[in-house]
Design a protein around this ligand. Structure first.
Ligand SMILES: Nc1ncnc2c1ncn2[C@@H]1O[C@H](COP(=O)(O)OP(=O)(O)O)[C@@H](O)[C@H]1O
Ligand SMILES: CC(=O)N[C@@H](CCC(=O)OP(=O)(O)O)C(=O)O
Length: 259
């Protein structure tokens, strides 16, 4: 299916997405693009864990997920965050449907490293036909990054950047946009407008890229390796124009960069 744009909304800015952001999505639809949203919710998960005095830690940017932590992750992601986004989209005239990775067998996963990370999953399969069907009846899917094991026995917490990249590759999206609380990848407080995957790796090595930006750029790189052509990191305050020019950081494969 042509014209699919996967938009990952970071938990860092779901509460402060601008009117421009929603109008941009509506304009995309008017111009024939088909948006799919994958959302995070890290800060809200942190808050509820703290309120419930449940301890959690991050290992290489991923939340170590015990059974207790998983209950909270599912409550926040598939409850609060999905519904919040769906209501906002509806309010701005965009008909959307919230689904978790378990609904209709949308996403299957296996444990990444049960000893080190507990119930953190890595995606093994995305049911792209389910998404094509939802899009074809005019709905914008809003996906919570929780996925089941293939035998339906277990369920896993997936980093939302990783989930968005897997969805984008599976549906052969035209674009993948990581919407976050900064205007792009920054170096000395300035936006890097374009970077190759090798340049990104060296920005991680020299410490310019750190924290939550690491899973984001790594997911971007994996999606390029998986066949994506255009991957951008943009601000939640941006108007997501219908294609020509969006401000932010574009990450490219080496070959595109030398063309
Ligand atoms: N070089 C960088 N450029 C921009 N942001 C960076 C950089 N290195 C680290 N960051 C951090 O990454 C954060 C975005 O990641 P994260 O908080 O996980 O957002 P989200 O919830 O949108 O996924 C920024 O707010 C910033 O603090
Ligand atoms: C495994 C893992 O770390 N999962 C994430 C899922 C939410 C997420 O990724 O939210 P952001 O996009 O706001 O960071 C977590 O538990 O925080």
């Amino acid at each position: 299916m042509d014209g699919i744009v996967v938009i990952k909304c970071g938990g860092s800015m779901i509460d402060s997405l601008s009117k421009d952001f929603y109008e941009g999505i509506r304009e995309m639809q008017n111009n024939g693009y088909k948006p799919i949203i994958v959302h995070g919710g890290g800060p809200a998960i942190n808050q509820l864990l703290e309120d419930l005095s449940i301890e959690s830690e991050f290992v290489n940017g991923l939340r170590k997920t015990t059974d207790d932590v998983m209950n909270v992750v599912e409550m926040v992601l598939s409850g609060t965050m999905t519904n919040k986004l769906v209501r906002q989209l509806q309010k701005h005239g965009i008909t959307s449907i919230g689904i978790t990775g378990s609904d209709g067998g949308l996403m299957y996963a296996k444990a990444k490293d049960i000893e080190k990370l507990g119930l953190v999953g890595e995606i093994t399969h995305v049911n792209q036909d389910l998404l094509f069907n939802l899009i074809s009846i005019g709905l914008v899917p809003v996906i919570s990054p929780i996925a089941m094991s293939s035998d339906s026995e277990d369920y896993y917490n997936i980093n939302a950047d990783t989930a968005a990249a897997a969805v984008a590759v599976a549906v052969k999206a035209e674009k993948l946009l990581f919407v976050t609380d900064v205007p792009g990848v920054l170096k000395d407080s300035k936006i890097i407008e374009q970077a190759t995957t090798i340049e990104i790796m060296s920005l991680i090595d020299d410490g310019t890229i750190s924290g939550g930006m690491i899973p984001k750029v790594m997911a971007a790189i994996h999606s390029l390796e998986g066949g994506m052509n255009e991957v951008m990191i943009v601000s939640g305050q941006t108007h997501l124009l219908d294609g020509s020019k969006i401000n932010g950081t574009t990450i490219q494969r080496e070959m595109e960069a030398v063309k």
